[in-house]
Design a protein around this ligand. Structure first.
Ligand SMILES: [Zn+2]
Length: 200
């Protein structure tokens, strides 16, 4: 059992523009990570994330939080990393790694063929049959990642130059550079300001 306290999700964690992109951002940073970099450290972190992302009700989130299968969190992280690999490549206008893309499609396909997921009009709206089923949770995350890899406008998918978080730029001008001005944008400005002050 993890001794870490639960991750407190805030709107700042959900700036990706799509739940699949928000999932890839469940680490503090993609650049120079330390040992405490992960934001998904327990089934409760996963359950709370689902609820904050609007993908589960409180009761459904509680069912996820109650999953006792030891490898559950690790399997969510593995899915997330495959998804990050795909979207990070797309953001850099490179082809994704076939293994990562294949992994997402396999887990998604398995979710439907085992009836752990019930398809709806969009994949993102697919329903999880049982929220206490760890494989259904992973399959659902795979499905939304597959959908996002197809429908998201690639030319608007970017990586924050400071933390590596991914986001879809939905601004009219398409000039968004940072994951968020509050966190990375302002920090960058502050450090540049400091740098300039040091040079004078
Ligand atoms: Zn950032």
């Amino acid at each position: 059992m993890s001794k870490k306290s639960d991750t407190v999700w805030t709107p700042e964690h959900f700036i990706g523009g799509h739940p699949a992109i928000d999932l890839t951002n469940t680490v503090f940073t993609r650049y120079l990570p330390d040992d405490d970099n992960d934001l998904l450290n327990s089934p409760r972190d996963v359950g709370n994330w689902f609820q904050f992302a609007g993908l589960a009700t409180k009761a459904q989130a509680n069912a996820i939080s109650g999953i006792l299968v030891p490898a559950f969190v690790e399997s969510v992280r593995k899915l997330r990393e495959a998804s990050f690999s795909v979207f990070d490549a797309l953001a850099a206008e490179k082809p994704p790694a076939p293994d990562a893309l294949g992994f997402l499609f396999e887990r998604a396909a398995e979710g439907f063929s085992t009836h752990r997921l019930k398809p709806r009009e969009t994949y993102t709206a697919s329903e999880i049959a049982h929220f206490d089923d760890p494989k259904a949770i992973v399959a659902f995350l795979a499905v939304i990642s597959v959908e996002a890899s197809i429908v998201l406008p690639r030319q608007r998918l970017h990586a924050c130059p400071r933390c590596g978080w991914l986001f879809v730029d939905t601004s009219r001008g398409g000039r968004r550079r940072w994951c968020s001005m509050q966190t990375c944008g302002n920090r960058e400005k502050a450090s540049r300001h400091r740098l300039r002050a040091d040079l004078i």
